[in-house]
Design a protein around this ligand. Sequence first.
Ligand code: 5GP
Ligand code: MN
Length: 331
Amino acid sequence: MKKAIIDIQESVQNAKQICITSHRNPDGDAVGSSLALYLFIKKINPQVQVVLPNKYPSFLQWLPHQDEIIFFDSNNKEAKKWIASSDLIFSLDYNDLTRVGDMQVALENSNATFVMIDHHQQPASFSKITLSQPEIGSTCEMIYEVLENWNKSLIDQPIATCIYTGIMTDTGSFRYPLTSSRTHQIIGSLIDHGADNSAIHQNTFDTNSYNKLQLLGTALANLRLVEKHQTAYISLSQSELDKHGFQKGDTEGFVNYGLSLNNVDFAVIFIENKEEGIIKISFRSKGDFDVNQYARKYFNGGGHKNAAGGRSELNMDETIQKFLTTLPNVK
Ligand code: 5GP
Ligand code: MN
């Protein structure tokens, strides 16, 4: 860990141009870690840019300096230029180049030195400098450790706000098992650095649209319980999404309602995406059931032990049937 941190500091000081990237459909941890590292590095080496594969949901569109991000899908030329001309590329909150969607080819064609800072299991081997800690609850927590070790006095309010947001979203507001006493110490330190904890929670969680809550109503009406396997699942079809004017991010957190049921330790949500011709699936578990392994084995995905994602190219009914037939094998 210490060695990798020193290598990171040296590579930033020596780089001519730096590009910070994260995974497709960026979440709070992806955007928070990218912006925090960007704002910090800018104080040391101004030739730095965040390039993300695509836009993130509106509940994150208040983060400081987010208007400086370049998106690969909507500003393709500029994004490609930054990737191609950078000699140092950060891969934050992902550990496999397949996670960046259409940006993958541009990254594969780059001659830059790659630095991975990530907390997902089973990292691939594309990076020269690798900081991989699946035992840590968020990439933002890892970024805090890197920056504190580097120069704590450079952590200002915007940086503290971005890190706080990523830790908060990736730990389910500080309640998932990887939340440690160190996590809380870091949160305390971020508040000391100016992060307004109450405002951050409000900006992120209390800005729901009416449509989103109506969609949640449909999701809860579709909730099914498989008592025998302590499993709950939800499905949302494209027409149900359309009916409630679905916007990116509206289904964030829905899967957790299944997991909140008494005696349920495995919860799944199936969300139809007609445009891509797939069913996007989120898996969550409590305790020992490993949804990373499950998603890898059956649904072409992966993630963490208690939170993973995957996809299916079958239709909704077939996908659910496949899912139900796997249950006796795994639980
Ligand atoms: P979500 O269900 O919120 O999309 O994803 C949950 C977790 O699993 C996140 O940490 C995410 O990075 C990871 N994840 C989601 N989809 C995939 C996938 O297709 N492959 C891998 N390896 N990880 C995924
Ligand atoms: Mn993360």
